[in-house]
Design a protein around this ligand. Structure first.
Ligand SMILES: [Zn+2]
Length: 197
């Protein structure tokens, strides 16, 4: 009788342990997300350029997730359907990647980047040079954050005025995102938006 009680006790312990492991794993999967931000180079960017640009974009977008369980992973490579945000990097507007899909697209000639949406499909490109010259590498963080707000809300067009000002404003100031900007970026990433690959 004693051996029966012991084996039953061991079974229950193992069962409880297994259930709590599964429960813990489910809780982690539900509450943690790593959003993939993919940078696609359509020019012959140098290592100095790609390293600095990825670093500033990771820093500025990462500010939105400080104190949360979620994060962004910024990398250069080929776009994939699994990416949450795809940023195409081209030399200038004359070398637009988005226009291959949307030939009628118009772009402010002084823009550092542009986002175009068609229904639920969103495409974003960043420019290395403008008529005034190359952008400072450190400016790509705020620029990418700004374009992400356009990209991740394809059915809205009031980002410049209704997303808290700051770096959501049409003329992007040289500063980090404010709390409203960060909240909108988190909200944007929380719903998958189909990307122009
Ligand atoms: Zn804008």
């Amino acid at each position: 009788m004693q051996s029966f009680d012991i084996s039953r006790l061991m079974y229950l312990q193992r069962s409880d342990s297994l259930e709590s492991d599964i429960g813990r794993q489910n809780a982690i999967e539900e509450s943690m997300a790593t959003y993939s931000v993919k940078l696609v180079d359509h020019r012959s960017s140098t290592h100095a350029e790609t390293a600095a640009i990825a670093a500033t974009i990771a820093r500025v977008m990462g500010l939105a997730f400080v104190g949360t369980r979620d994060s962004v992973n910024v990398s250069w490579g080929s776009s994939a359907a699994s990416d949450d945000l795809v940023l195409h990097f081209v030399e200038d507007i004359a070398h637009s990647y988005l226009r291959q899909t949307w030939p009628q697209m118009t772009v402010d000639p002084n823009a550092g980047g542009h986002t175009y949406t068609h229904g639920s499909l969103a495409g974003t490109e960043l420019y290395r040079t403008r008529p005034s010259g190359p952008l400072h590498l450190r400016r790509y963080g705020a620029l990418a954050f700004h374009e992400a707000l356009h990209n991740l809300f394809p059915f809205r067009s009031d980002q410049h005025t209704a997303f808290g000002g700051g770096i959501a404003a049409a003329h992007i100031p040289d500063q980090d995102p404010n709390d409203a900007n960060k909240a909108f970026l988190r909200q944007g990433f929380s719903v998958r938006t189909r990307q122009l690959l």
